[in-house]
Design a protein around this ligand. Structure first.
Ligand code: IYR
Length: 240
């Protein structure tokens, strides 16, 4: 497997010359990318329309470009397209979520935070979507020689990979939901993954239903997302 070679061998260093654009074009590209991402919404109402498997493969290829701790790429994306396995996942997710919503496992503050989103223990969309993709985070990787290697920054790495995955789906006109049916241990068994991996995020993937609705959420404004760090007192000047 290529990765084992990568993790043991020193790398040659090769030139890297990323594309450069005139300033106007940089801004134009930034605005367009921002507008594209701003049109993405988490979806809970899906169409059962088929989605080519290659779209899923491409989204995982995009995820697989994510930076990762020591380049150990501690993720696996399990792909499920058959109705029986999707249904098993739905049933198991609903068992956990019924305990959360109806059984009182969700603390009151959490329930209150979710109320405006109208989420519930009904995860019917897991039967409807053409694909379910489960990202597993690898606590260890196993080399072809059977040697266990610890991975680093697993949450950060898998989280960034999932972000790329979500963006790639959206770019293709597909929708998903960042779903973490809690606890998620049942996914290890259903997806037949080893104990070195931990279920991280479950993604139903498909086209949004023709009549899908989403809450009219607003993104927080830039001046709340971005803060200026004050210059140290009595020191230097800005760069312009
Ligand atoms: N996992 C539950 C609850 C849930 C929690 C958060 I935080 C959300 O943003 C949405 C749902 C569920 O899937 O319903």
């Amino acid at each position: 497997m290529a990765r084992a070679a990568i993790t043991n061998d020193p790398y040659p260093f090769i030139p890297y010359r990323p594309a450069r654009y005139p300033e106007r074009e940089m801004l134009q590209r930034g605005r367009e990318f921002s507008a594209l991402l701003d049109r993405r919404r988490s979806v809970r109402a899906f169409s059962d329309e088929a989605v080519p498997r290659e779209c899923i493969e491409l989204a995982i290829k995009c995820a697989n470009t994510a930076p990762s701790g020591a380049h150990l790429q501690p993720w696996k994306f399990a792909v499920i397209g058959d109705a029986e396995t999707k249904h098993r996942i739905r049933v198991a997710a609903e068992v956990e979520e019924q305990e959360n919503y109806e059984g009182g496992r969700l603390p009151p503050d959490w329930r209150a935070a979710l109320a405006p989103l109208r989420t519930s223990s009904d995860k019917g969309y897991l039967d409807v979507v053409p694909w379910i993709v489960v990202c597993f985070a690898e606590k260890y990787i196993v080399t072809p020689e059977g040697e266990r290697r610890k991975t680093y920054y697993v949450n950060e790495s898998a989280g960034i990979a999932c972000g790329f995955f979500i963006a790639a789906l959206h770019h293709m006109g597909l929708s998903t939901l960042t779903h973490t049916p809690n606890p998620m241990a049942f996914l290890t068994e259903i997806c037949q993954r080893p104990a070195t991996e931990r279920p991280y995020i479950l993604f139903p993937v498909g086209f949004a239903a023709a009549d899908a609705e989403v809450p009219d959420l607003q993104r927080k404004p830039l001046d709340e997302a971005m803060v200026e760090v004050p210059m140290p007192r009595g020191e230097g000047h800005g760069s312009d």
